[in-house]
Design a protein. Structure first.
Length: 234
C-alpha cells in the first residue's frame, strides 16, 4: 500500500505496487490511523518527498494528518510588542524549539562530539547562552566584564555537560534576554554602540538584528551536526 499527502494535508492511500522513493531517513514520527473503528494502520513519514508507506494492507482510505506547526513569527503572538523587537523574540523562540527537537535523546558523548571537525553541539549551546548576554550588554552601552570574556573562552573548552544542563542554561539566558529586549522598546535604534575591546562601531539596531541572525546561524549548524551524529549512529 502506498500514499501521498495532498496540498490540504490529506493523506490518500491505495493498494498497489510500492513506488520507488529516495533513500532518505524517515522522520522519527509514526502516526496510528484507525479506520472503521477497528483496524489500525501504522504510517511513517519520509523527509522531503512526503511519501507515506502503509505497513499493512487494506482498501482505499483517507485521513487528515496533523499540519506541521508554523514558525513563531506566523502564529500572531507577541502582537503587543513592536515589530523589530518582536521579530528578535520570535527568532529566539524558534531557536529554542529547533534545539529542543534536534537534541532530543543525545548523550553527553554526542553533545561533545565534533564529526568531521565541526564545532560540537555543546559549544553551540554554550555560545548561544553567552552571546545573548554579551550582545545585550553591548546594547545597553556597556563593555564586557572580565568574567564575560572568560566565559567566552570556556565556551570552546568545556566538556562533559549534559543536554538538560545546557538547555536549562540557555532557557534562563533567553528569558533574561526577553526582559532586556522589552526594555528597549521605543529606544533609538540609530544610537551608536561599540563592540569588543577594539570598540568596533555599530548601532543599537544593528546589535538587535544581529542577535536574531547570529542565533539562527548557530542553530542551523547545531541542527545539521545533530543530524550527522544520528546518521553516524544509525
Amino acid at each position: 500500500m502506498y500514499g501521498i499527502i495532498d496540498a490540504a494535508g490529506i493523506a490518500h492511500f491505495r493498494i498497489g505496487p510500492r513506488r520507488p522513493t529516495p533513500k532518505l531517513k524517515p522522520y522519527p514520527i509514526q502516526l496510528i490511523v484507525q479506520t472503521d473503528g477497528m483496524r489500525q494502520w501504522t504510517v511513517s513519514l519520509e523527509s522531503y518527498c512526503h511519501f507515506i508507506h502503509l505497513l499493512s494492507q487494506g482498501d482505499w482510505m483517507k485521513t487528515t494528518l496533523p499540519a506541521p506547526q508554523v514558525e513563531p513569527w506566523l502564529r500572531a503572538t507577541r502582537t503587543e510588542t513592536p515589530a523589530v523587537v518582536r521579530a528578535v523574540l520570535h527568532a529566539i523562540d524558534l531557536a529554542l524549539e529547533n534545539i529542543q527537537e534536534a537534541t532530543e535523546g543525545l548523550t553527553v558523548t554526542q553533545i561533545d562530539a565534533r564529526p568531521f571537525g565541526v564545532a560540537s553541539i555543546g559549544f553551540h549551546l554554550r555560545h548561544l547562552t553567552g552571546a545573548l548576554d554579551r550582545s545585550l550588554t553591548y546594547a545597553s552601552g556597556s563593555g564586557l566584564s572580565e568574567m564575560q570574556f572568560g566565559a567566552l573562552i570556556q565556551e570552546k573548552t568545556s566538556q562533559g555537560e549534559s543536554r538538560d544542563l545546557l538547555l536549562s542554561r540557555l532557557r534562563a539566558s533567553a528569558a533574561l534576554a526577553e526582559e532586556r529586549l522589552l526594555k528597549l522598546v521605543g529606544a533609538d535604534f540609530e544610537a551608536p554602540r561599540a563592540i569588543g575591546r577594539k570598540e568596533l562601531p555599530t548601532t543599537l539596531g544593528g546589535i538587535i538584528v544581529h542577535i536574531a541572525d547570529h542565533t539562527q546561524r548557530h542553530v542551523g549548524q547545531l541542527v545539521t551536526t545533530a543530524r550527522i551524529l544520528r546518521e553516524m549512529n544509525a
